[in-house]
Design a protein around this ligand. Sequence first.
Ligand code: SAM
Length: 288
Amino acid sequence: MDTFLTLNQLQQTLKQHNILPRKELGQNFLIDRNIRDKILSFAEIAKDDIFVEIGPGLGALTGSLVERASFVYAYEKDKKLASILKARLSGIQNVRIEEKDFLELEWNTLKFKNKIKIIGNLPYYIATPILFELLKFRQFWKMAVVMIPEDVAKRIVAKTGDKNFGFISAVFALLTSCSICYRIPCCVFYPEPEIKSVVMKIIPKAKTKIEIKDPKAVWSILPRLFVQRRKTILNVLSKSFRMDKKIILSILESLQINPVLRSHQLKLEEVVKIAEQIAKMKEIQNIN
Ligand code: SAM
């Protein structure tokens, strides 16, 4: 059963249930069926696919997904929307709508035999935390097709030298292959959002792009490389890790990295090497 609603149908449904779209939950509902189909096409739905949908709302994507995939688990934080969608899909066996904050999902309790696919028109206000949560549990899924704010997507796909290159770009480049598939105009949502969005496809890598010897240390250090982006990497590192500039200089020299570069000018390999060296020094010097 296709649960997509046109603008008229959506407004009627909201009125009937006395609901006003909640800005604080990022409720912008997709009202263009062609764009809906376009988004679904990027997910390359196969009959045996199991999907987790994030924020199904009133079901713009859900029903069509249920018709074409093996099973859909959809997590919606808004109690009213979850119950309306549940009622609309009642009697259909291969879907479970749960009223739940996606960020509180206990992944380890999910018992999927095979890797799943993720889909969702993400609520803008927590798009970034959701993406990091997905990265944390990437062993469970093989593809994510998510609609996210364009500025977040630009930071994710930014390369060395691009002013947007930062922590999120480095992490996604190391752990995933991702691409912007499609730009979505604001007018295909009700209410219209103030920011532009894009559809992004993310595929986790089986192995990190660059070998990381001490992942735990590297992941904890990496964000601190990208603070104070206008400062030289020498200053950033010595301040961030409260280390003597001479020590930092010797680390950078040993890695043949120019100390006056800004963090966005570092190559991915350099970012990892710096993080590993800092981790070693921290261990030796017992620095926080
Ligand atoms: N999928 C629907 C569509 O395309 O029309 C709705 C998309 S709307 C941009 C985002 C949806 O995520 C809303 O239904 C909102 O209530 C829900 N949401 C917000 N925060 C959430 C959270 N933490 N966990 C799960 N769902 C959430």
